[in-house]
Design a protein around this ligand. Structure first.
Ligand code: HEM
Length: 286
């Protein structure tokens, strides 16, 4: 049985013919090239036909996927969610942070192809990556600077949320998820710092872990866990590497998913300078 195809969105519908288009108007569509030859412009009817075929093709792919995944209600809810009146560039800081995270993940995958998490070979593998691998220095630089940029963006995003009062009811849980994301992002920076395994990264990590160990109750246990024992040893570097490239990214990815789900469910808060009852565009439209 053939299922009825879904109606096309407006931007995919073929343009209706304009007066004068098509055959029968007698217009000469050939243009002179100056050397006696002529170039014939494509017939508008042919263009419409090609566009119609492209539109039908796109619609049938979308329809095919929708029938099998039922994703359109989710996409509609996400793409047509409530947005506040007076939206500003400040609202892009969360997405910018997310973009920084994606960039870190992509560059990190390429770095992992060359890095060796072994205390005797890590430094050499990073030198090789930087000096000999094609674009290695660029990708390493993007990852290193990207980590700083992500932390700056996360703080700016958090400041926007705080100043706009977006942490209040009913968004408290999203604020708490955000705080966990901040801690995990800082932990990414801390665990990544050891990986080049030069003198600076080694001693900075020793200091960091010792500071951790001085925290009450849990401190010594966390320090032992990070070192892989009571002292820095052969187990420490692989442990930092596993935490840095597996544990933390998976946790951050899952929490970003929960964060975005709540953002699309609750909508975003209007800026404080927008007054009145009808703060949401969609409420106004109803
Ligand atoms: C990996 C880190 C993070 C990512 C990728 C992220 C992403 C986003 C995005 C895309 C939005 C919607 C657009 C916007 O308002 O900018 C948002 C909103 C929000 N974020 Fe984050 N965020 C992160 C960290 C944080 C942190 C650290 C906090 C606070 C401690 C936080 C609290 C919130 C809250 C409460 C909202 C709702 C804002 C509103 O209703 O206006 N987020 N986040």
């Amino acid at each position: 049985m053939k299922l009825p195809s879904p109606p096309l969105p407006k931007f995919l519908r073929p343009t209706p013919p304009r007066p004068g288009d098509g055959n029968g108007d007698g217009a000469d569509r050939s243009a002179g090239n100056g050397d006696g030859s002529t170039t014939t412009a494509p017939e508008p009817k042919k263009l419409d036909k090609a566009r119609g075929a492209a539109v039908e093709g796109t619609a049938s792919v979308v329809g095919y996927l929708d029938e099998r995944t039922g994703m359109s209600p989710f996409l509609r809810g996400f793409l047509y969610r409530k947005t506040p009146k007076g939206n500003t560039w400040y609202y892009t800081l969360g997405s910018a942070t997310m973009f920084a995270f994606v960039s870190q993940a992509v560059t990190g995958i390429f770095l992992a192809m060359y890095y060796t998490p072994d205390a005797s070979r890590a430094y050499d593998s990073v030198s090789h990556l930087t000096n000999e691998v094609f674009l290695g220095e660029l990708v390493r630089g993007m990852h290193r600077w990207g980590s700083t940029i992500m932390i700056i963006l996360i703080f700016l995003h958090m400041a926007r949320v705080f100043v706009f009062g977006a942490y209040k009811y009913p968004r408290e849980i999203n604020w708490v998820i955000g705080v966990v994301l901040l801690v995990l992002t800082l932990a990414m920076g801390f665990t990544g710092y050891l990986l080049p395994f030069d003198q600076r990264s080694f001693w900075a990590t020793v200091v960091g872990v010792n500071i951790n160990a001085s925290a009450p109750v849990m401190g010594p246990y966390i320090a032992d866990f990070l070192r892989g024992g009571a002292e820095f040893g052969a187990a420490t570097l692989p442990r930092f590497y596993a935490i840095h490239m597996l544990l933390l990214p998976v946790l951050i990815g899952a929490l970003i998913g929960a964060h975005l789900y709540l953002v699309s469910k609750l909508g975003t808060t209007a800026p404080p300078w927008v007054k009145g009852e009808k703060k949401n565009i969609s409420e106004e439209a109803i």
